[in-house]
Ligand binder design. Structure first.
Ligand code: TXA
Ligand code: MG
Length: 335
C-alpha cells in the first residue's frame, strides 16, 4: 500500500478546523472529498464552471456523464429544480438517504453539471459528516464518486487518497461507508418514477410509497437518460476473470494454474460459495444484499492490493438489493 508523507495534511478528521478549510477551498473553486453513506464523493461548488471542470479533469471523466448535486437536509431544492408530488413523497420516505432524484432543472447551477441536459440530479445524503460539510459550506455541491474514472469507487478516505494523491487538497475522513454502493438514481420527471441506476433503495421500496416504479430497460434510449451507465466502471487495477456458479471445478483449476504461473490469485464470491473453497484465498462478499453491497468495493480494493488476479464467481440474485450489487460486480469483471 502506498502511503505518502502528505497524507497527514490531506486526509483530515471532521472538526472545526477541517470544516473551515473545506469552506475556503470550495469557495475558491477547489475540490474537497467527503464521506457519504454510499461511497466517498469528490465535491465542488455546483455554481462554478471552473470548479466543475476541475472535477472532470481530476477524474478524467467523460464530459457527457452528468454529476449529482448534493445538498443538506434543510436546503430548499426549489432553488434549483421544479419539484412535484411524486418526488415529495419519495423524499419524505427515503431522504436523507442513499437515493438521488432527477428533476427538471431551473438551470441555476453550472451547465457542466448536467452536461447540457434539461434535468438535474439532487441527493440529500444521510451520513452525519456529509450533512455537517454541506451545512457548513452552505452551497449545492456537485460530486461524483471520488475515484479516477473507471476505477473501483472509494469507501474509505484512504481509497480516495490512493487515487488522487496531491490532486485533491482535502479529504474529509468519516470512516468506512456503510452502504457501499452508489445511490439509486430515480427519474421523477415523468408520470411515475423510473430507476436509472439500481441501488440500496429498490423499485419495491418506492412502489410501496407511490404505487408504481419501474427499472429502466437496458436499451440505448434509456441508457442515454442515465449517461453514466454506458461506461466501463468499478474495475480494480488487477486482472479479473468471472466463472459461472456451476463451473466451480474449472474456477479452482484456473486458480491452481495461476499459482503455477507464479501469480497470486484470490476468489471473490458470496458466503455460500466460499464455504466450498476452504484452503484458498477468498474475498467473501457475505450473504444478504445489504452485506454484499457493504463489502463489494471494499473487497475489490483489498483484492488489488493482495492479488494479481481476482477470480469472481457469479452471484445468486436472492434479493432486490442484489440487482444493484450484481450490476457493479459484473462491470468490475468487465461484463
Ligand atoms: O451515491 C452516490 O450517488 C455517489 C455519492 C458521492 O453521492 N455519487 C455518484 O456519482 O455515484 P457518479 O457521478 O459516480 O454517478 C452519477 C450517476 C451517473 O450514472 C449519471 O449518469 C447519473 O448519476 N446522473 C447524473 N445526473 C443525471 C441526470 N441529469 N439525468 C440522468 N442521470 C444523471
Ligand atoms: Mg462513479
Amino acid at each position: 500500500m502506498l502511503i505518502m508523507d502528505n497524507i497527514d495534511s490531506t486526509v483530515r478528521k471532521i472538526d472545526g478546523y477541517s470544516l473551515e478549510l473545506a469552506k475556503k477551498l470550495i469557495s475558491g473553486g477547489s475540490l474537497v472529498a467527503f464521506p457519504t453513506e454510499t461511497v466517498y464523493g469528490l465535491g465542488a461548488n455546483a455554481y462554478s464552471d471552473d470548479a466543475i471542470k476541475a472535477i472532470y479533469d481530476a477524474k478524467n471523466r467523460p464530459l457527457d456523464n452528468p454529476l449529482i448535486v448534493h445538498v443538506h437536509k434543510d436546503y430548499d431544492i426549489t432553488e434549483l429544480v421544479f419539484d412535484n408530488d411524486i418526488a415529495k413523497k419519495i423524499r419524505e420516505k427515503f431522504c436523507p438517504g442513499p437515493i438521488t432524484l432527477v428533476y427538471n432543472s431551473k438551470n441555476k447551477v453550472s451547465p457542466l453539471v448536467s452536461c447540457g441536459l434539461s434535468t438535474l440530479a439532487i441527493r440529500i445524503p444521510s451520513h452525519e459528516s456529509a450533512q455537517k460539510f454541506l451545512e457548513y459550506v452552505d452551497l449545492p455541491i456537485a460530486a461524483p464518486s471520488a475515484n479516477v474514472s473507471k476505477h473501483t469507487s472509494p469507501v474509505t478516505a484512504l481509497h480516495v487518497f490512493e487515487d488522487f494523491k496531491d490532486n485533491v487538497p482535502l479529504i474529509l475522513d468519516g470512516g468506512r461507508c456503510d452502504g457501499g454502493i452508489e445511490s439509486t438514481v430515480v427519474d421523477v420527471t415523468g408520470d411515475y418514477p423510473v430507476i436509472l441506476r439500481k441501488g440500496l433503495v429498490t423499485a419495491e421500496d418506492i412502489k410501496a410509497v407511490v404505487g408504481k416504479c419501474e427499472y429502466a430497460n437496458d436499451d440505448s434510449s434509456l441508457k442515454a437518460r442515465s449517461p453514466g451507465m454506458k461506461y466501463l466502471h468499478y474495475a480494480p487495477k488487477v486482472q479479473t476473470v468471472l466463472f459461472a456458479r456451476d463451473d466451480l471445478e474449472n474456477a479452482i483449476a484456473f486458480y491452481k494454474q495461476t499459482e503455477i504461473d507464479g501469480k497470486k490469485p484470490v476468489f471473490m464470491c458470496e458466503d455460500k460459495i466460499s464455504q466450498k473453497l476452504d484452503g484458498y484465498n477468498v474475498l467473501n462478499l457475505g450473504a444478504s444484499g445489504a452485506q454484499m453491497a457493504n463489502r463489494l468495493y471494499y473487497l475489490l480494493h483489498e483484492g488489488e492490493k493482495i492479488a494479481d488476479i481476482i477470480i469472481g464467481i457469479e452471484l445468486d440474485i436472492t434479493d432486490e438489493i442484489l440487482l444493484g450489487v450484481n450490476n457493479r460486480f459484473l462491470k468490475a469483471f468487465g461484463k
